[in-house]
Write a protein that binds this ligand. Sequence first.
Ligand code: 13P
Length: 252
Amino acid sequence: MARRSFVAGNWKMNKTPSESRTLALDLRARLEKYTKCDIAIFPTYLSVAVVSEVLKGSNIDVGTQNMHWEKFGAYTGAVSPQMLVDAGVRDVIVGHSERRQYFGDNDEKVNKRIFAALAHNIKPIVCVGETKDQRLANVTEDIIRTQVLGALIGITAEQMAGITIAYEPVWAIGTGLTATPAQAQDVHAFIRGLVRSLYTNEVAEALRIQYGGSVKADNAASLLSQPDIDGALVGGASLVAADFEAIVKAAK
Ligand code: 13P
């Protein structure tokens, strides 16, 4: 089955609201012509309103980098799904390794966030990935299996249609080290196999799996040409409009 590529830019904790506006305007102008691939960008919560205003009616979706699973209430510092929907958000990154590392995110919370997102028609990108020590200890597949199974507890085959998985090896994030296309392809095929065993071949073949970890203009094409790599989740290079455009251009 032909899957539509999906390229996403995770801005992390970068860009003030006014800088976000400038970058979003630049991206809107540059990316208009790339209609064969899905594109989403993920500014900070604070910049979501201004970015979604700039991108209204464009081919670029706006998402956030996290989300609480409750609708409202006494959760200081948190933002709820319905607030995000009202602000124009259609996508959310869930379980990013930086959330897991610095903010106590774990598979159980990831699972709650996925349910809450889907209940509000927000499409989650679910991040999984092993650390350098785990790769060296040859437990990459065990780690990925635990994260994928934990994230998808209770998720139905129908709900899988709204989910993207991002394989982001922690050792490749922001380090300039990229998984080789073959290393990434191996894990992507493993993830697709897991989803096949949990659901059906059809669900597995429809699932989009992004690669993330030092994706740049010059390595995007070789990664994205792998059969099970369906897009990219880009950090640093998504902050420079020309670089992000080059990655979008490399998408199938
Ligand atoms: P870099 O592209 O900066 O390595 O970040 C990847 C990432 O974490 C995207 O979510």
